[in-house]
Design a binder for this molecule. Structure first.
Ligand code: SF4
Ligand code: SF4
Ligand code: FES
Length: 307
């Protein structure tokens, strides 16, 4: 990672951030430019937050973790769907061309400025039933149970479990651009991820959702989705695997074996919490041993608050 960062060129001393704005109250779209100073390590999200803090508090964007995990800062940066918190200014602006264009993600309705509406995208994700389904609901409901899986079986699907639902693949997909009902790379990948999971028995319920004119058959396999995925999930590969399953099933040649075995009810709770409290962190009056036995009421006194 350190080596990767070293290979990113120093950003120009100043950059022009060109932002596509949208005001829903006036139904108005326009481009706005901001000239800002930079520093080594500045990301595009840092640049937008600098603008918000120093130049224009009305600029709106969505973000949360600032470390490529929550998936909320996706936007179109220099024409490519990227996570703003993972995109270094030095990687997208040069002294010869110090202009960075920032737009909301395509294929999503715009709410305001760089904020897009993900509700349809999440509905598509929900439609493929993204959770382990067992034919005998007691195996799920009668907790606690453990569904068994071998390490090599996890390896088969591991890559597809890394999706952070950032929507970059969906924004890059030309089919999603022309067919708003297309399930899209994220939902189709998750359908494959659960169908291929040895613990799952819900393949039939998902195949009826993906084997439609707006499902996996619409994919063109140009793999724009995989090219922009920040987590290297490779949705195009997952969709190819999904299509193979769907075709084989149509020919009567695919049948998911029964899901992997479930361990019996656990004799012990899954996790025993044995907290060891450093004494200096305890409030006066708290006895951890007593607290383990019964809830403790702390009697707050005025003098403690004054210290
Ligand atoms: S490979 Fe399929 S899902 Fe991915 S961008 Fe192309 S058409 Fe869309
Ligand atoms: S597959 Fe990749 S690009 Fe698509 S939503 Fe998941 S993490 Fe984002
Ligand atoms: S802010 Fe969480 S992924 Fe960028």
């Amino acid at each position: 990672m350190a080596e990767e960062l070293k290979s990113i060129p120093e950003p120009p001393k100043e950059v022009i951030v060109r932002v596509k704005r949208y005001d829903p109250d006036k139904n108005k779209t326009w481009w706005q430019e901001y000239k800002i100073p930079t520093y080594r390590g500045m990301t595009v999200l840092d640049a937008l937050l600098w603008i918000k803090e120093h130049l224009d508090p009305t600029l709106s964007m969505r973000y949360s973790c600032r470390m490529g995990v929550c998936g909320s800062c996706g936007m179109l940066i220099n024409g490519v769907p990227r996570l703003a918190c993972q995109t270094q200014v030095g990687a997208v602006a040069t002294p010869e061309n110090p202009v960075i264009t920032v737009e909301p993600l395509p294929n999503f309705p715009v709410v305001r400025d760089l904020i897009t509406d993900f509700s349809g995208f999440f509905e598509k994700h929900k439609s493929i039933k993204p959770y382990i389904i067992r034919k005998d609901p007691k195996e799920v409901d009668e907790a606690p149970r453990e569904f068994l899986m071998k390490p090599e079986e996890l390896e088969e699907i591991y890559q597809y479990t890394l999706c952070i639902m950032c929507g970059l693949c969906y924004a890059a997909c030309p089919v999603a651009a022309s067919d708003p009902e297309y399930l899209g790379p994220q939902a189709l990948t998750q359908a494959y991820r659960f169908i291929a999971d040895v613990r799952d028995e819900g393949a039939e319920e998902r195949i009826v959702v993906v084997d439609t004119e707006h499902g996996c058959h619409r994919c063109h396999f140009a793999a724009s989705c995989s090219a922009v995925c920040p987590k290297e999930v490779d949705p195009a590969a997952a969709i190819q695997r999904l299509r193979r399953i769907v075709f084989l099933r149509r020919l009567g040649l695919w049948k998911k074996e029964k899901g992997s075995p479930v361990a019996g009810p656990l004799e012990k709770p899954l996790r025993e919490v044995k907290a060891e409290y450093p004494k200096h962190n305890l409030l006066p009056g708290v006895d951890p041993e007593q607290q383990a036995k019964e809830p403790v009421t702390i009697d707050f006194r005025e003098e403690w608050l004054k210290e």
